[in-house]
Design a protein around this ligand. Structure first.
Ligand SMILES: *Cc1c(COP(=O)(O)O)cnc(C)c1O
Length: 387
């Protein structure tokens, strides 16, 4: 048993996995079997995930970043193309466009949800635009209807980065069933984990084939796809793919974790309800908004502090000293030195930059206990009022 002292000094990260004995059993059972990779657990995980997100096809890969790379490839992104995305995301959303020789274009965010603003997206479209890549930031779906409408009107492919949004809904539809291609991540801070891992969901058979080839060196084996056929051993490499395969023991872990998704989501919502009630009246902070059409998956709980970058830094430092693993999501992607060298400059997306000055992610994950939640509430209220 831990003493009060130990409990109050325990570090609470902003997110972490919840692995139980049955998850461990599911993975170790596969480790003792014949198939460690490219076996039956991969398809089982893909089928299960397809059901959960309401998509016809799912292709599992070994990271969310690989999933983005594969999705952009399937969408036909190549040198000279442009991919429009949000600056308030993990760098991988934009990086994966660079992998294919394309140029990421950043459209500013909207104030209420910190998601990409459909009006800003429209303004950034050029004849080179190939893909619109909204990010469901913090688990709240982007405003997908107007973005989808834009994509259809302009003949663009909609690739949704739903790394934060497994289990989210938009206008009653599941994230994973809405966009041409939807990307998920199973990194330990995300809703379910396979250690590292990711997946792409689609309803399009052509995209499905391209995704499957891309994760396996661009190799195809289906008789109707081959240009020649020398016999049962025969396969052909049709594109420059990668080894992005996810192992069977990881997929078994993923299937086991998927069985818990509903209560993981419910626990996240429960914690968020407490945070919302506790911080609604707190002066100097703005609590996150869930729009009526959205069912957020609540990957992150982001408070916005007024008082600028100095106030945020002071609150951040105080909470870190007090053992809360608060974080900042995200530094605008184009501020990174690598992007600056590519010619992107500060000032490009003023709303994203203002957001960055005040954002603070609090601990939020299903394994948090009620006393953990109370501790966060007390510490945050004190920090905001006192620093
Ligand atoms: C986590 C994340 C990724 C990358 O996923 P990995 O599995 O870590 O490669 C991409 N986009 C967003 C928004 C993410 O949060």
């Amino acid at each position: 048993m831990s003493s009060d002292r130990e409990r109050s000094s325990k570090v609470l990260p902003y997110g972490r996995q919840l692995i139980e004995e049955d998850d461990v059993q599911a993975a170790t059972k596969v480790l003792r079997s014949d198939w460690l990779t490219t076996g039956p657990e991969v398809e089982r995980f893909e089928r299960r995930l397809a059901e959960v997100v309401g998509a016809r096809y799912v292709v599992a890969v070994n990271s969310g970043t690989a999933a983005l790379h594969a999705a952009y490839f399937a969408a036909g992104v190549g040198p000279g193309d442009e991919v429009i995305t949000s600056p308030i995301t993990f760098a991988a959303t934009a990086n994966a466009a660079l992998y294919l020789g394309a140029r990421p274009v950043f459209a500013d965010i909207e104030e209420e949800t910190s998601n990409i603003d459909p009006t800003a997206v429209e303004q950034m479209i050029t004849p080179r635009t190939k893909v619109l890549a909204p990010v469901d930031f913090a688990g709240h779906p982007a405003d997908l209807d107007p973005i989808r409408e834009l994509a259809e009107r302009k003949g663009l492919v909609l690739v949704e980065d739903a790394a934060h949004a497994l289990g989210a809904t938009y206008n009653g539809r599941k994230v994973g069933s809405i966009s041409d291609l939807t990307v998920f991540s199973f990194h330990p801070v995300k809703h379910i984990t396979t250690g590292e891992g990711g997946a792409v969901a689609t309803n399009n058979e052509k995209y499905h084939r391209r995704l499957k080839a891309f994760r396996n060196h661009g190799i195809v084996r289906e008789a109707d796809e081959l240009l020649e056929n020398h016999g049962p051993w025969y396969y052909e490499m049709h594109a420059l793919g990668y080894n992005y395969r996810l192992t069977d023991f990881q997929c078994a872990l993923g299937t086991s974790q998927l069985g818990k998704l509903d209560w993981f989501l419910e626990r996240r919502r429960e914690i968020v309800r407490r945070y919302q009630a506790a911080f609604a009246d707190l002066e100097g902070v703005q609590v996150p908004v869930e729009r009526p059409e959205a069912g957020s998956a609540w990957h992150l709980y982001v408070l916005r502090l007024s008082g600028g970058a100095r106030k945020r830094l002071a609150v951040f430092e105080r909470l870190r000293i007090r053992g809360l693993g608060v974080q900042v999501h995200y530094i605008p992607v184009y501020w990174h030195p690598y992007y600056r060298r590519l010619g992107y400059a500060k000032g490009l997306c003023p709303r994203a930059e203002a957001y960055y000055d005040g954002c603070l992610s609090l601990p939020l994950y299903p394994a948090m206990t009620d006393p953990d939640v109370e501790r966060v509430i007390e510490e945050v209220r004190c920090a905001v009022m006192e620093v």
